[in-house]
Ligand binder design. Structure first.
Ligand code: NAI
Ligand code: MG
Length: 498
C-alpha cells in the first residue's frame, strides 16, 4: 500500500509509548521477565516491526499469581467496600476516556483496524463496559430462600468472589477483550492475571499504566505479555488460579478445558463462530444487504460472531448477492490510519495465509468467487472483501471459522422454518444468528429454533448489559450482563436452625 497524504498524524505520546520499554505488570510494579526474553510485534499495515515486548514465562506467572493471591486474601482489595471498588473502576473508565485518542491510535497500529472504528467502537464500548460493571459492585445480592419446612429453618444465599482469575485474550479487539474480562472480575471482588494476545499486547499494557495511576492496590491486576504455549499454558495449569476466562480459538478452548480439569478451575470460554445470516423474502432487502456486508467486512471479518454464512430465499438471493458483492467492491481497504479506510489489513501473515488457504479450498471444492478473492498488494496483510457462491454445507469454508472478510452465500427454496433452522444449525458452532424479516411471527419462531447464544433481528449491536456467549462448541458460560459478573462468583448457601 502506498503511503497517502491523508494518513492521520500519530501523536508524539503514542510514538513514545510504543518505542518505550515494555515490561510485565506484577504486584503494582513494571518488572523485566525472569528469562530476560523479548519478542516483537508487527504493524499489520506494512508488516514492519512495531514494538519490543517482554516474554513472560512460568516463573513470571508464579510471581503474578502470588501477588494476585496476596491482594485477594490479605490485601486491601478483600477489605475494600464494594462502593470503593466501584469508585476505582469508574475512575479507570474516566482515565480511559481522557486518553481515548491515544488508545485508538495504539490499537490501530498494533491490530490494523481503521482508526475510526477504534474511536467509535472499541474505545466507547470499553469505557461503557467498565462503567456498567462498576455499577454491579454494589448489587451482587444473594436471596433469602423459602424452605419446604418454614418456621424451623432460615436460609439464604450469598455471592463471594471466586478468587484469582487468569484471563487470556485474543487480538481482534484487544482492549475491548481485556476490559471485558477485567471489569466483571474486579466488580465481583476477584484479582486478575491477564495475558493479552502476543500479536496485540500494547493497549493492555497502556491500560496497566492507567490501573496504577488511578490507584488500584498492588497485585489486583497483573499483566503478563507473552505466548500462549508458555505464559498462557502456565496460567491455565497454575494451582493458584481459581478461574480461567478465555476468548480465542475453539482448539485452544479445548486445551484449556483439559488443563483446568486437574483442579476443577472454573472456566468461561468465548470461542469461534459461524454465524448464519438468514434473509426472508419479506425483508427490507436494501437494509439486509448493508447489514450482511457490514457483518462480515467490519474489522476485516475478524469478529467471532461475524455473519459468515448468508442464507437467502431464492426469490431474493440474486439481489442479495449482487448487493453484497457490490458493497464488497466499494469497501475502501487500506491502512487503518488513513481517514477514508473502511477495512484495514488482517492482523498477521499467519491469518493472511489462513484466509487465503480457505478461499483456495472453497474454489477447489467448487465455490464461485463473486467478489474479491485475493490479496491486495505485497506489503501489509490486506485481503479483498470476498463473496463466494455455490457453497455447499459440507465444504470447509461452510464448516470452519475463516475469521476473515469472506462471505459464503447459499439460497434456500421454500419458507419451511424447520428446514432453514436445521441448515443454519448445521455447524459445530452456536455463537450468533442474524434474521432479516418484517414478519414478527417468523422472527420469534426462528429465534426459538436457532441454536445460538445471540439472535439478532434486523440489526442490533453489542451492549454491556446483554449476555454474550455460545451454544455448542462456541463456548461455555456468558460474558456481560448480570450473568457475566455472576460468573466471577461462587454461590454460598447458609442454613440456620431457628
Ligand atoms: P488462539 O486461540 O491461539 O489465541 C488466543 C489467545 O490464546 C492468545 O492470547 C494466545 O496466546 C492464547 N493461547 C494460545 N495457545 C494457548 C495455550 N496452549 N494455552 C493457553 N493460552 C493459549 O488464536 P489464534 O491462533 O491467534 O487464531 C487462530 C484462529 O482462532 C483464528 O483464525 C480464529 O478462527 C480463532 N479466533 C477466534 C477468536 C474469537 O474471538 N472467538 C479470537 C482469535 C482467534
Ligand atoms: Mg493459536
Amino acid at each position: 500500500m502506498s503511503v497517502n497524504v491523508s494518513m492521520a498524524a500519530i501523536p508524539a505520546a503514542v510514538t513514545d509509548f510504543i518505542r518505550g520499554s515494555h515490561k510485565l505488570l506484577i504486584d503494582g510494579k513494571w518488572i523485566a521477565p525472569a528469562s530476560g526474553k523479548t519478542f516483537f510485534t508487527h504493524n499489520p499495515a506494512d508488516g514492519r516491526k512495531l514494538a519490543d515486548i517482554a516474554a513472560a514465562d512460568a516463573q513470571d506467572v508464579d510471581l503474578a499469581v502470588a501477588a494476585a493471591r496476596r491482594a485477594f486474601e490479605d490485601g486491601p482489595w478483600s477489605k475494600m467496600t464494594p462502593a470503593t471498588r466501584a469508585k476505582l473502576i469508574w475512575r479507570l473508565a474516566d482515565a480511559l476516556e481522557a486518553k481515548a485518542e491515544e488508545f485508538a491510535f495504539i490499537e490501530t497500529l498494533d491490530n490494523g483496524k481503521p482508526l475510526n472504528d477504534a474511536k467509535v467502537v472499541d474505545l466507547p464500548h470499553s469505557i461503557e463496559v467498565l462503567r456498567y460493571f462498576a455499577g454491579w459492585c454494589t448489587k451482587l445480592n444473594g436471596e433469602s430462600i423459602s424452605l419446604s419446612n418454614p418456621g424451623t429453618w432460615h436460609a439464604y444465599t450469598m455471592r463471594e468472589p471466586v478468587g484469582v482469575v487468569g484471563s487470556i485474550t485474543p487480538w481482534n479487539a484487544p482492549l475491548m477483550m481485556a476490559v471485558s474480562k477485567i471489569a466483571p472480575a474486579l466488580a465481583a471482588g476477584c484479582t486478575v492475571v491477564l495475558k493479552p494476545a502476543e500479536q496485540t499486547p500494547l493497549t493492555a499494557l497502556k491500560l496497566g499504566q492507567l490501573i496504577l495511576d488511578v490507584g488500584f492496590p498492588d497485585g489486583v491486576v497483573n499483566i503478563l505479555t507473552g505466548f500462549g504455549e508458555t505464559a498462557g499454558a502456565a496460567i491455565t495449569a497454575h494451582p493458584g488460579i481459581d478461574k480461567v476466562t478465555f476468548t480465542g480459538s475453539t482448539d485452544v478452548g479445548r486445551i484449556i478445558i483439559k488443563a483446568a480439569a486437574n483442579d476443577f478451575k472454573r472456566v468461561t470460554l468465548e470461542l469461534g463462530g459461524k454465524t448464519p445470516v438468514i434473509v426472508f423474502p419479506d425483508a427490507d432487502i436494501d437494509r439486509a444487504i448493508e447489514g450482511a456486508a457490514r457483518s462480515i467486512f467490519s474489522n476485516a471479518g475478524q469478529i467471532c460472531n461475524a455473519g459468515s454464512r448468508l442464507y437467502a430465499h431464492r426469490d431474493v438471493f440474486d439481489r442479495l448477492v449482487e448487493g453484497v458483492s457490490r458493497r464488497a467492491g466499494e469497501f475502501r481497504v487500506g491502512p487503518g490510519l488513513e481517514a477514508s479506510t473502511q477495512m484495514g489489513p488482517v492482523v498477521s501473515q499467519e491469518q493472511l495465509d489462513r484466509i487465503s488457504g480457505f478461499i483456495a479450498s472453497g474454489k477447489s471444492q467448487g465455490a464461485e468467487v463473486r467478489a474479491g478473492g485475493g490479496r491486495i498488494g505485497t506489503e501489509g496483510y490486506f485481503v479483498e472483501p470476498t463473496v463466494l457462491t455455490g457453497t455447499r454445507p459440507d465444504m470447509d469454508v461452510m464448516q470452519h471459522e475463516i475469521f476473515g472478510p469472506v462471505l459464503c452465500a447459499m439460497s434456500y427454496e421454500e419458507a419451511d422454518l424447520d428446514r432453514i433452522a436445521r441448515e443454519a444449525n448445521s455447524t459445530s458452532y452456536g455463537l450468533g444468528a442474524v434474521l432479516w424479516t418484517r414478519d414478527l411471527s417468523t422472527a420469534h419462531k426462528m429465534a426459538r429454533k436457532l441454536k445460538a447464544g445471540t439472535v439478532r433481528v434486523n440489526g442490533g449491536g453489542l451492549d454491556p448489559a446483554l449476555p454474550f456467549g455460545g451454544f455448542k462448541q462456541s463456548g461455555w458460560g456468558r460474558e456481560l450482563g448480570r450473568e457475566g459478573v455472576e460468573a466471577y462468583t461462587e454461590l454460598k448457601s447458609v442454613a440456620m436452625a431457628l
